[in-house]
Design a protein around this ligand. Structure first.
Ligand code: 6PG
Length: 253
């Protein structure tokens, strides 16, 4: 299986791993160094987490030894990149997933965990309040954007990231840091960070595994899918890929 010739055209740094296990180990080590550098610089480390399957082995590694005891957990501030419109204890909830893989295993103070309230009947209000919370609790850039130290993103087969889905209004929201999203699979209703919030972060990492993501990666290179709009203005952008995702599509026929 050969590497797709265009894969290195992804904006930012591209790291390709032989397996999901190796990807998880490398991404976890990167989170540790990013977290510890932020904590040394300004005393805290803010991270926004996504749902989906790919982050789980990464978060489990961060929460287990030997990495667990190398982190200053009281300095962590946890946010979310997106959430589904379900209760926080629903198996489809991103918060529930992150709770099981990370939050229940490490001593992050409860008041430093900021979940998106996907269970609320008025998702517009919940998103507006989350936008205000980001601005009230994070350092602000000159233009007023709240600056997360780190965002972990996934990539959907249709090129969505967070809950920024193709053809939806959320893609063009420029006056809020969080907004309502609409997925093309259940649970349909979402809350998501907006592109201005994502692009204000100090570092953004995509975690992408599996052959089913090849077309979406090509769409990112070609600028035809939502994830192509992740272009942090002054930040590290890193793609953690596995070899299946980064390989050439087999010739048709
Ligand atoms: C969600 C996500 C979403 C996810 C991608 C990739 O709530 O579903 O945040 O953007 O990251 O769909 O998901 P996988 O990692 O499962 O491929």
């Amino acid at each position: 299986m050969s590497e797709a010739p265009w894969i290195r055209q992804l904006a930012g740094e591209v790291r390709i791993h032989d397996s999901l296990t190796e990807l998880a180990g490398e991404a976890a080590a990167w989170i540790v160094s990013t977290a510890n550098a932020a904590t040394r610089q300004h005393g805290t480390f803010s991270i926004a987490l996504s749902g989906g399957h790919t982050p789980s082995p990464v978060l489990e590694k961060v929460a287990a030894e030997p990495l667990r005891s190398s982190l200053g957990w009281p300095s962590w501030r946890v946010y979310f990149a997106d959430e589904r419109a379900v209760r926080p204890d629903d198996p489809e909830s991103n918060y529930s997933l992150v709770r099981q893989t990370l939050l229940d295993r490490v001593p992050i103070p409860e008041n430093a965990i900021h979940r998106m309230e996907g269970e609320r009947p008025d998702l517009d209000a919940a998103a507006a309040e989350y936008s205000a919370l980001l601005a009230a609790t994070l350092p602000l850039l000159n233009g007023g954007a709240p600056r997360l130290d780190c965002i972990l993103l996934g990539l959907g087969e249709n090129g969505h990231t967070a809950s920024l889905f193709p053809g939806t209004e959320a893609l063009d929201v420029a006056d809020s840091w969080a907004t309502r999203g609409r997925a093309d699979y259940a649970p349909y209703d979402r809350i998501t960070l907006t592109f201005p919030a994502i692009n204000a972060a100090a570092s953004v990492a995509f975690l992408v595994a599996g052959a089913s993501k090849r077309a979406a990666l090509r769409g990112v290179v070609d600028g035809t899918v939502p994830a192509a709009r992740v272009r942090p203005s002054d930040a590290a952008l890193i793609w953690f890929l596995d070899r299946d995702a980064a390989s050439e599509e087999p010739a048709a026929g």
